[in-house]
Write a protein that binds this ligand. Structure first.
Ligand SMILES: C=C(O[C@H]1C=CC=C(C(=O)O)[C@@H]1O)C(=O)O
Length: 185
């Protein structure tokens, strides 16, 4: 959950399930391929969820894109777990987790390099990236402002520890009306 209010930026309330890049206290870099959405039915077990081919393929595209980013950086020592079904509030998603232990694989700029390569992810920008972004620029017809950007604590609670989330499922509070942002899953 996030609530950010800053002069010039406005007031934004959000609940994002998607980590864009993270480096934790143990020096582990993480990112994830998150896609596919279905409701969590009352009493149902997430591990019994059935995914359609479309969702499986969409999530696999996102996972492959992350692998291609590691390849661009010539990084081969990453751990990949999944895809598995995860719960986010009342929703289920398909998620593959990626981790690199930076104490074993010295790559001090990995967080920044991956941020540069990943943003905007295919979930919010499309794929292939440049063509999709040009298409959006031409046809979308409105300013997303901070929606689908990223936010989170940087160098907190200590230097080198950061957690950035894709700014999904959010609303901007205006004095007269809230404006809610939600992409189709
Ligand atoms: C882009 C959004 O969700 C992403 C994260 C999880 C599942 C998604 C999906 O089902 O496609 C999206 O990739 C959003 O909720 O605005």
């Amino acid at each position: 959950m996030s609530l950010v209010s800053a002069p010039g930026a406005g007031t934004w309330l959000g609940a994002s399930p998607e980590v864009l890049v993270e480096v934790d206290e143990q020096g582990v870099f993480r990112t994830m391929a998150l896609a596919g959405t279905q409701a969590l039915a009352p009493g149902a077990l997430p591990q019994h969820a059935i995914w359609r081919q479309k969702e499986i393929e969409e999530q696999a595209l996102v996972a492959r894109y992350i692998v291609s980013c590691f390849k661009q950086l010539r990084l081969r020592e990453y751990e990949e777990t999944g895809p598995r079904t995860v719960v986010a509030g009342q929703l289920l998603h398909l998620r593959t987790d990626f981790a690199v232990n930076l104490r074993q694989v010295p790559f001090p700029t990995l967080g920044t390099d991956m941020l540069r390569l990943l943003h905007p992810t295919s979930a919010v920008g499309g794929m292939p990236k440049q063509a999709a972004l040009s298409f959006l620029q031409e046809h979308e017809g409105y300013d997303r402002a901070y929606y689908s950007g990223f936010l989170g604590p940087v160098n907190l609670p200590q230097a080198g520890v950061s957690r950035l989330f894709v700014n999904l499922r959010c609303l901007q509070l205006h004095p007269s009306r809230p404006f809610c942002m939600q992409a189709p899953g």
